[in-house]
Design a protein around this ligand. Sequence first.
Ligand SMILES: C[S@@+](CC[C@H](N)C(=O)[O-])C[C@H]1O[C@@H](n2cnc3c(N)ncnc32)[C@H](O)[C@@H]1O
Length: 279
Amino acid sequence: MNDHSSHIVKNLMQTHGIDVTRYDDSFLETSLQKRAGDTLCRSTDAYCVLLDQNHQERQVFFESLRISYSAFFRNSLTYSVLEHIILPSLLLQKRTPKPRELRIWSAACATGQEPYSIAMLLEELNSNSGQKSAYRIFATDHNEAQVKEAQKGQFTAEALNNLNLRQLRQWFTRVGDIYSVRPALKKNIAFSVYDLFDMNSGAPPSSIFGDFDLVVCANLLFYYKPAYRTIILEKTAKCLAPGGYLIAGEAERDILTRNNYREVFPQSAIFQSRGNEKP
Ligand SMILES: C[S@@+](CC[C@H](N)C(=O)[O-])C[C@H]1O[C@@H](n2cnc3c(N)ncnc32)[C@H](O)[C@@H]1O
């Protein structure tokens, strides 16, 4: 990003309370270029002048930085490894020597597709094994509006494309064009607002003590500068139970290997913290 753009965007962000210094330069530059194109500005500099002058465009630009896209079973390989290897082995560990609750944190849950996908897998595994193992999913996001949406659990048919017919029938009720998550799938998910940059806590207060067997922190790291990615990844490493797993986005695998995590299954985005491996 050139000095001119950087200066203007920084001012605008400061005026509107968003800390631009955390965003990755290339993400900011791409966002500026995209809006410059959409508004027919000839350059990002010209767009920055528009941003400075036009309140409505400032709102549109700010919204464009808050990427909230999510999907059920978003990365098919990762979810397949989760379903066939990671979750069965975690459930087994939790059954012996005495039953303990499996603890999962979906750390940027957006509108809920991620925690609901994991809950569907756990319910299916429990029902296939004939043994009901207790689990709790703490689903958090810093965006309150999204947490409310997630809690509501209402989706259009298009959003449910990755589900099979059995999952659709078992876990959703349909009214008109809207499919609502059944209470039976929601019952083990605790939704709350939590900012991963909260320096006063090592894990979401709703979870009380962290110690997660699995943390999903997917598709948000690449929006932040490397130093901020490290802050998030140090926090997730600290609140993983020994031998616990971290799941990132497919495009974030390099970020994790550079931050003291090791890949558990090639090509999947499933990791363990090197500082937190089982002795
Ligand atoms: C692109 S969505 C990804 C949603 C989901 N994890 C997935 O992979 O489908 C990124 C989410 O990260 C959330 N997010 C960004 N920064 C955050 C932070 N500092 N603390 C908590 N959530 C954050 C956003 O609000 C957004 O819901």
